[in-house]
Design a protein around this ligand. Structure first.
Ligand code: GLU
Length: 430
């Protein structure tokens, strides 16, 4: 059975780029009748915050992405501890003492000599006495010793990948202060949870190479991997917290429909057109990673808002009912939905129906007064507008825009709006 996971670090708000990763993993699992897991990667104690984890859950909920189980890394330390012990016992995890500035210097030297900036494994070549001496003075960080050779995998999005282990530094898996780092925790969890497919951003490609060796060192089979191109800002820049408007919360506040965000994320960057997909199930039905290209995708909130409005124009009452005040009837919804950009615009039309301040140009005052005197008695129905405007036309000789616009303005206080024939029965005044 397919098992995927979304593994955000609760160090900030989710943005469209992160959400795309979540959508891919969720749709992959749902489409195959598998399981979708949420994993909170909170081993970075300084930067992880409860409020971000809560916000992540709220964002996923909003989008309708349900997860079948949730795991929190900070509650799983014993597993990482055991894996670290095993790797140490097997000689795959070795202590090293270079400081950050030592490493930066080494890196600069290598780059200046036009050589790849790969850690030179000085710590592996130390004598046992040297090592014991250092061990007594200060705690080491621990590196995973990569086996030489080419690491290969068939990437679900990028195709066959080959990375020479020699071109990659032995990754640090445990910090000096004892904190377990991402790759160790992630691989231990993916193995333990039986994750079969990992979809994540292309910034993880090199990690994947080292993680494939880590799975093997822990006696586990690696999952299938797929790396999607990172999403960039409207100007091609890296998405960061400073780039406003692209967080899920921002989108929600600007009134984007969750189904529109889902539809856009499920298709953008693929060979398939972006089109309305009304539910996670519908989006999952024919979701296919192989239709996605490797080019970066630009975040385009204007496109999302446009799709959102379009979807509202077609939305059946059932799709929105729960999010509208109970007084809003299906008939009212159908009358106003072509004239809204955001769901909350329905409330404006409700206010208009309850009684808008009439908009009457001075030159139309006499005409409007004459017309209002001709208003048919209530109840009004779908034929009232035609009957009324017919009578006004006969009495005043006005026609076309000169006839209709002042009447619309007098009744709704606006120049534009729903079809008057449909909307008129909802007017409480005059
Ligand atoms: N916490 C990691 C991140 O947010 C997870 C990456 C992964 O999917 O393995 O980048």
């Amino acid at each position: 059975m397919i098992r995927t996971r979304f593994a955000p670090s609760p160090t900030g708000a989710l943005h469209l780029g992160n959400l795309r990763t979540a959508v891919f993993n969720a749709l992959l699992a749902r489409g195959a009748g598998g399981r979708f897991l949420l994993r909170i990667d909170d081993t970075d104690r300084e930067r992880s915050e409860q409020r971000f984890a809560d916000a992540i859950r709220a964002d996923l909920d909003w989008l309708g992405l349900r997860w079948d189980a949730e795991f929190i890394q900070s509650e799983r330390m014993a597993l990482y501890e055991a894996a670290a012990e095993r790797l140490k016992a097997d000689g795959r995890l070795y202590p090293a003492w270079e400081s950050a500035s030592d490493l930066a210097l080494m890196r600069r030297r290598l780059l200046a000599a036009k050589r790849p900036p790969v850690y030179d494994r000085a710590a592996l070549r130390m004598s046992d006495t040297e090592r014991a001496e250092l061990m007594a003075t200060r705690p080491p960080h621990w590196r995973f010793r990569l086996e030489p050779g080419v690491i290969e995998w068939d990437d679900g999005l990028r195709g066959p990948q080959r990375i020479a282990a020699e071109a990659v530094s032995d990754p640090v898996l445990i910090r000096e202060d004892g904190q377990f780092l991402y790759s160790l925790c992630s691989v231990v969890d993916d193995a333990e949870m039986g994750v079969t497919d990992v979809v994540r951003g292309a910034d993880h490609v090199t990690n994947t190479a080292t993680q494939i060796q880590l799975f093997a060192a822990l006696g586990a089979a690696p999952p299938r991997f797929a790396h999607h191109a990172l999403m960039v800002g409207p100007g091609g820049e890296k998405i960061s917290k400073r780039l406003g408007g692209l967080s899920v919360a921002d989108l929600r506040e600007s009134g984007a429909e969750p189904t529109a965000v889902l539809s856009w994320l499920a298709r953008i960057g693929s060979a398939r057109p972006v089109e309305p997909l009304w539910s996670v199930e519908a989006a999952a039905e024919d979701f296919d990673l192989s239709t996605f290209g490797a080019a970066p995708v630009r975040a385009a909130t204007a496109d999302i808002m446009q799709l959102s409005a379009k979807m509202l124009h077609d939305a059946p009452f059932e799709a929105v009912r729960a999010r509208l005040p109970s007084e809003v009837t299906e008939a009212f919804w159908l009358a106003v939905r072509p004239n809204i950009d955001r769901l909350e615009d329905v409330l404006d039309w409700r206010a208009v129906a309850a009684g808008a301040t009439p908009l009457i140009a001075p030159e139309d005052a006499e005409f409007v007064a004459e017309a209002l005197a001709l208003l048919p008695p209530r109840p009004w129905d779908g034929g009232t507008w035609a009957a009324w405007t017919g009578a006004v036309k006969a009495a005043t000789g006005r026609k076309g825009r000169a006839l209709f616009l002042p009447l619309r303005r007098a009744l709704t206080g606006r120049d534009h709006g729903p079809e008057m024939a449909t909307f008129m029965p909802f007017l409480a005044k005059p």
